[in-house]
Design a protein around this ligand. Structure first.
Ligand SMILES: Nc1ncnc2c1ncn2[C@@H]1O[C@H](COP(=O)(O)OP(=O)(O)OP(=O)(O)O)[C@@H](O)[C@H]1O
Ligand SMILES: [Mg+2]
Length: 180
């Protein structure tokens, strides 16, 4: 689990499991402020106090805990912390969850973003019932992709068809290219 985009894939899967209908993924690259922020927000079932507590606990506490709680969030927390940042988990039972990871942009141990496009493509294609909003900020530029706008553009072409997937990849590639 080296690239941040793989963390995003992993943590977004939690949202899908939690029954999210709208999932927002926001990546903010701010080299000037020396910050990289990843924010994943869902409208899923949320967590009760005990689950929230367990999810926030650092991993490696006990073996039992690892098994009960899983590793998705602790791994992201570790990636954030080794690069001078932290992980924040906010959740409201029955309303949704927001995971925010902050990192030092220039920190030597900061993981590379990796293939964000592949992550978004995998999530969108793999979860046709979930609506996604992906926003990516690099300095003063912002790219926003939403499945609802994209589906409208696709018109009658299905998102899961070969043509739909190709169009999705092209759209993301174009949007991302505009950021650099
Ligand atoms: N977005 C979310 N909405 C509701 N509950 C969540 C959310 N994210 C995490 N949780 C809760 O926190 C627990 C820990 O999540 P984490 O990703 O660390 O492990 P996991 O998903 O259980 O296992 P793994 O990711 O290792 O397969 C989850 O099992 C779930 O109960
Ligand atoms: Mg998980």
């Amino acid at each position: 689990m080296n690239d941040l985009s793989l963390h995003i894939l992993d943590v977004a899967e939690n949202s899908v499991t939690a029954g999210a209908t709208v999932l927002e993924i926001r990546v903010v690259e701010d080299p000037v402020a020396d910050r990289l922020i990843i924010e994943i927000t869902d409208d899923g079932k949320g967590m009760d106090e005990a689950t929230l507590q367990a999810a926030r606990d650092p991993f490696m506490t006990t073996k039992k805990k690892i098994k009960q709680v899983g590793l998705g969030l602790p791994f992201l927390a570790e990636s954030a912390q080794i690069s001078g940042g932290d992980l924040q988990i906010e959740s409201i039972l029955g309303a949704g969850t927001r995971i925010t990871a902050t990192m030092g942009y220039h920190h030597i141990d900061r993981r590379p973003l990796g293939d964000l496009r592949a992550t978004i493509t995998t999530l969108v294609i793999g979860n046709p019932k979930v609506e996604f909003r992906f926003s990516h900020v690099v300095e003063n530029r912002e790219y926003i992709f939403t499945t609802w706008e994209f589906k409208e553009k696709l018109n009658h072409t299905s998102l899961s068809s070969a043509a739909g997937i190709r169009a999705l990849k092209e759209s993301l590639a174009q949007g991302e290219a505009g950021l650099r």
